[in-house]
Write a protein that binds this ligand. Structure first.
Ligand code: PLP
Length: 377
């Protein structure tokens, strides 16, 4: 059987998405609520000896997290652990795998906070940190690198890494590959099926989807890596709050609906932006002119909901963002509302007028009219 999920027929993908909605209900006794109850608890009734699978203390166990992780496991096709933010998931993956004397390789142009974490805290623990641009990530090979951190498509440049080729090269060099799948979600790309050892994502973005929570998760099929990341969570104390876990569980029930609309809107909008004279250097993996388009078509199920493009100046970019009634000026991405920002304001290595647009769930016709109207204006 071909395990490559890209090749999984649409009906199989639809069946998975439908099953996700009925996961909880399938196990319920008569009279139980269909909706997940929120368990706010630090203590649990615990007479006699502690037992595996019985909640004992709230830093180690919580039934709301477990329900969320059950859903994440079904989504990712692998055991998953929930964390209070994407960075908490990233910290768990790095601290669970690295030791003094190891080398860590990070993208030089992806999400910037892992680089800051590495230079501020990992280097002084004796870890050597190297960086490399996402385009050409495999150049130079992976010999001597303990952990290779991959982000594809990268945020904000939307450059791609060939996941089957790179994860295989990392494995044969004796390293561990970690893939940040935040920009795609499990519905758009399946890094574990494409060879990654650890998958992680910020659920603050599309999985949460309503700009009201921060969460993250890791998933892996390696039981030792899973146990190490669970221990990191319990011992560092960086645990999710039950309420955020509950909100994310609720959000996951509509992820497929939102993601589908967002990706379709992005495709429609990309065609209009591509044809607009004010727009330069449009980046979207779905465009035939994107340098990674053929790779995207091989390893991604959808082309995502992020677009990057350059307007002539800082002023033109700010004017566009402020003039469009269907764009909220905000950082972060993946929400139901279309949002945009000039990434140079955070020091990303992009043109001053570079805009990252996160396409939301607005009806396509209204969105196109508002965006093109603001560009024309
Ligand atoms: C936002 C983001 C993160 C960090 O997630 P938080 O939930 O903000 O901690 C990590 N990776 C990528 C690609 C991101 O966009």
């Amino acid at each position: 059987m071909d395990e490559t999920p890209k090749d999984a027929p649409q009906d199989a993908q639809d069946a998975d998405a439908a099953r996700l909605l009925h996961l909880r209900q399938a196990q319920l006794p008569k009279g139980a609520p269909l909706a997940l109850p929120l368990t706010l608890a630090s203590m649990f009734q615990l007479p006699g000896e502690p037992a595996p699978g019985v909640p004992g203390y709230g830093r180690a166990d919580n039934p709301t997290w477990e329900a969320l992780e059950h859903m994440l496991e079904a989504l990712e096709g692998a055991p998953a652990l929930a964390f209070p933010s994407g960075m908490a998931a990233i910290s768990a993956a790095l601290f669970a795998t690295l030791r003094a004397g190891d080398r860590l390789l990070l993208p030089s142009d992806g999400y910037y906070t892992p680089r800051t974490l590495a230079s501020r805290f990992l280097e002084r623990l004796g870890i050597t940190v190297d960086t490399r641009p996402t385009s050409g990530f495999a150049e130079g090979g992976f010999a001597g690198v303990r952990v290779v951190y991959i982000e594809t498509p990268s945020n904000p440049g939307l450059d791609l890494v060939d996941l089957p080729a790179v994860t295989e090269a990392v494995r044969s060099a004796g390293g561990i590959s970690i893939v940040d799948n935040t920009t795609m979600t499990a519905l758009g790309q399946r890094p574990l099926d494409l060879g990654a050892d650890i998958l992680l994502a910020s659920d603050t973005k599309a999985p949460g989807g309503h700009s009201d929570l921060l969460m993250g998760h890791v998933a892996t099929r390696d039981p030792d890596l899973l146990a190490a990341m669970r221990d990191w969570r319990t011992l560092s104390g960086g645990i999710p709050g039950p309420f955020e876990a509950w909100l994310l569980h609720r959000s996951l029930e509509t992820l497929e609906l939102r993601f589908d609309r967002m990706c379709t809107n992005a495709e429609i909008l990309a065609a209009h932006l591509d044809a607009h004279p004010a727009v330069q250097d449009l980046r979207f993996p779905g465009l035939l002119t994107h340098p990674g388009h053929a790779l995207a078509a091989r390893q991604m199920r959808r082309m995502g909901f992020l677009l990057g493009f350059t307007l002539p100046s800082v002023e033109a970019a700010d004017r566009f963002i402020e003039a469009c009634p269907l764009i909220a000026p905000a950082t972060s991405f993946g929400g139901v509302h279309t949002t945009a920002e000039r990434r140079a304001r955070w020091g990303d290595d992009v043109a001053p007028g570079f805009v990252r647009l996160s396409v939301g769930t607005e009806p396509a016709g209204a969105l196109v009219a508002a965006v093109v109207g603001a560009l024309d204006g």
